[in-house]
Ligand binder design. Structure first.
Ligand code: SF4
Length: 330
């Protein structure tokens, strides 16, 4: 009986990672998929893709790994706060560790040579492979024919002659191959990682430069919620943008945080740290009133809750032009 080789394949849910799995399945290789989760990218696309492909799916938390890479990017950041080369490297490294632990033979990824000018050129792919420590057990099925052969290719576990040889940014060949597999539902390329977005990156940088990371990383997850306003180096408030934000802020606020609302009208929940000064509290209350449904320019009642204590103050809503100065991302 010929051995059935087992591949653990990274699956973002995008077309390339789906195709990488499909071409290995075509060769009779047992493939399972792994998707990493973090505050910056989710697993929904990977979950849907694994289901469509009919492969077993593993979700692995990558939060600490990516936070370390963001803060200490050995190969630098991209246009925003995205440490893509280090991120790829560590995803492959984690997958390699799990490959060994779970008894797989090799790792696969959907990378395509020269598809991204910085992180997927030939040199970057080489750096990622070497730094991952699993260089010789890594197969990139979509472009393996264009790269030095690794052990699974040399030993014939994977037949490179039957693999595509994709390179460059033109995605037509991938779409044509997808059509032959009947793959129709795949997400558009790019998108999906908040670290590549400048505005989000600025919020993360502001957090790292001021508060730093809290022990359970709640303050990182909260970067996705509401409007972030910095009142001073050590005081940032978060203003809910809608009811979902308000609910999340209520649920995730630190027990010591102050809660600011306009009790008589619909409006945001604002959370503020316990070290906020009285003067800053008035500013936060005026910002809260600015986003509440109140007649502009009229004094509004604002409720400030601090644990079991609460009090009302009256403030004039801040003029929208004046709010801009506090926005972390304006
Ligand atoms: S885009 Fe985001 S998830 Fe993808 S490699 Fe870059 S940092 Fe990592």
């Amino acid at each position: 009986m010929q051995k059935q080789y087992k591949a653990l394949s990274l699956l973002s849910g995008g077309l390339d990672s789906q195709l990488a799995i499909r071409v290995l399945l075509e060769q009779g290789i047992h493939v399972e998929a792994i998707t990493f989760r973090s505050p910056f990218f989710g697993t929904a696309k990977g979950e849907a893709a694994a289901k469509a492909l009919g492969v077993k799916h593993h979700i692995v938390d990558f939060t600490e790994d990516i936070l370390e890479q963001v803060q200490n990017p050995a190969h630098g950041l991209g246009k925003a706060m995205n440490p893509c080369i280090d991120c790829h490297t560590h995803m492959i490294m984690r997958a390699g560790e799990l490959m060994e632990e779970w008894g797989f033979d090799f790792i696969a990824t959907g990378e395509v040579l020269a598809q991204r000018p910085m992180s997927q050129n030939k040199q970057s792919l080489g750096v990622v492979a070497r730094c991952s420590k699993y260089e010789d057990l890594l197969v990139r099925p979509l472009c393996a024919a264009l790269l030095p052969p690794t052990k699974p290719i040399r030993e014939g576990w994977v037949d490179v002659a039957k693999l595509p040889a994709f390179s460059g940014r033109n995605r037509t060949p991938q779409m044509e191959l997808a059509a032959t597999f009947g793959l129709k539902d795949y997400p558009a390329p790019a998108g999906g990682c908040l670290l590549t977005e400048k505005r989000f990156g600025n919020k993360l940088k502001d957090l790292l430069d001021h508060e730093g990371l809290d022990h359970d990383r709640t303050n990182v997850w909260l970067l996705k919620v509401g409007r972030h306003m910095r009142l001073s180096d050590d005081v940032k408030i978060i203003v809910g943008s809608d009811q979902a934000d308000n609910d999340l802020l209520e649920a995730k606020a630190h027990p010591d945080d102050l809660r600011i609302t306009c009790p008589d009208v619909p409006g945001p929940t604002v959370i503020a740290p316990s070290n906020i000064s009285e003067e800053q509290l008035k500013t936060a209350a005026a910002i809260c009133a600015r986003y509440a449904k109140t007649p502009s320019g009229e004094p509004v009642k604002v409720l400030i809750e601090n644990g079991s204590e609460s009090r009302n103050i009256s403030v004039v809503p801040m003029h929208p032009d004046d709010v801009v100065q506090y926005m972390v991302v304006s």
